[in-house]
Structure formats: C-alpha cells, structure tokens
Design a protein around this ligand. Structure first.
Ligand code: CTP
Ligand code: CA
Length: 211
C-alpha cells in the first residue's frame, strides 16, 4: 500500500514557504497500523518530525508536485492507497530566486493550483482501493460525501478541523463514508488507535472484494 502524510511546503523564495498545520501523525499511524496488519507499506511524506514506523519504507518530499511524482512513480501494482497528507491546493506561481525584500506597501501573491494526487490515483485503471480524507470546518458529512462522489473514492474519512481539533493534536475522531450504507463513526481516541480501526475497516472491505 501507499500512504501520503504530513503537510507539503510550497516555496515562495529561498527562505520561505506556504504550509499548513498537519503534523503527519495520522498518516504515520496508518502506515504503522497497516504494517502491523501485514501490508508492505510505502509512506510518502512531507517534512515531519516523526520516527519512521518499523518495516515501513519512507519517501520524503517537500512540495505537492514532488509528492504527486513520488506517488505516481510507485502506485503501479499497489492494492491500497490512502491519502492522509494535507497537500497544498495552491502554490506560489513564481518562486523568487532571491529572498523577497520588505517593501512599504502590501504584498500580493499569485497562486496557482497544484495536482490533486488523490483524484489522480482514483482516476487510474486498473486502480487500487482508494481512501481519502476530508478535513472540514463545517458541514462535515455533506462535504465528505461530495468529495467521495466527485473524486470517485472507495472510502472517505471525514474529520473536523479547527482550533484544537484534527490538526496538531494527539486525538481525533472520524466519520467513515462509502458510496452505500450509513457512515461509521470512530469515536475520539488517540490517532494510533484510530488508525488501527480505520485499517481494520479497510481490510474488511478489501477482503469482501474491494468496491
Ligand atoms: N489531496 C491530494 N492532493 C491535493 C489535495 C488534496 O491528494 N492536491 C487529498 C488529501 O490527501 C485528502 C483529500 O484529498 O485525502 C481531501 O483533501 P481536502 O483538503 O479535505 O479536500 P480538497 O479536495 O483539497 O478540497 P478543499 O480543500 O477545497 O476542501
Ligand atoms: Ca485541500
């Protein structure tokens, strides 16, 4: 299986980047749980201050573009893909070759879209079983359902994010949705336990014949 984790960093100039608050903890916990369950695991991660889980192959990237390339180069033959990374949706249209100097007025940045890795994996034929995350501050289930449908995922794990929730914290809860059936609620617990529960759900579906 392949799992993405952590935040990407989109460079602005040699010393600055656009990033986000993802620690990588959920993705690393998923890699560890899948390995424990017997999977051969490749973990493609943005910069994260976390130890590589035992038996897991770690591939380090910085930008969304590099994460996309690293995933596409390794996806062939994978049975399962989990997109747990908080991938930047936009990057600075220009990367300044030298440090941007302070001016007197406001600074305007132009951003351009990055590749959607999850969507790209789900569009492949043949394709692995594809699990996405949906990080939302409002209308959790509605937004998650839309992502499931729109990206053609097998499962989506929806989590509320915001101050003290979802990112930069040790515990989390998830609502897991498939195209059919009721959402499965995984109650608030340490991310390591949550990861084991999600891997067990995925394994059940894979054994039942995938999608
Ligand atoms: N994702 C990805 N590549 C991107 C953006 C997102 O692979 N360029 C993946 C994430 O890893 C996650 C899922 O898509 O599994 C949903 O990410 P999220 O940010 O919640 O949704 P988006 O589709 O980016 O929509 P928005 O940010 O507008 O809510
Ligand atoms: Ca996004």
């Amino acid at each position: 299986m392949l799992v993405t984790a952590g935040a990407t960093r989109e460079p602005l100039d040699p010393v600055r980047y656009l990033g986000n608050r993802s620690s990588g903890r959920m993705g690393f916990a998923l890699a560890a749980a899948a390995r424990e369950a017997g999977a051969e695991v490749v973990l493609v991660t943005g910069p994260a201050a976390l130890a590589t889980p035992r038996g897991v192959e770690r591939v380090e990237v910085e930008r969304a573009e590099q994460m996309h390339e690293a995933v596409m180069a390794r996806i062939e033959g994978a049975d399962l893909f989990i997109g747990a990374a908080a991938v930047a949706d936009y990057r600075p249209a220009q990367e300044a070759p030298e440090k941007i100097k302070k001016g007197s007025g406001p600074l305007t940045l132009t951003l351009e879209p990055t590749p959607d890795i999850l969507r790209a994996v789900a569009a492949r034929r043949p394709r692995p079983f594809v699990v996405g995350f949906a990080a939302e501050t409002t209308d959790l289930l509605e937004h998650a359902r839309a992502k499931l449908r729109d990206k053609g995922l097998d499962l989506v794990a929806a989590n509320r994010v915001g101050p003290g929730r979802g990112l930069e914290v040790e515990r989390n809860s998830l609502e897991v949705l498939a195209a059919e059936g009721e959402p499965v609620s995984l109650p608030e617990q340490p991310k390591e336990d949550l990861a084991r529960a999600l891997i067990a759900l995925v394994a059940e579906r894979l054994e039942a014949g995938g999608r």
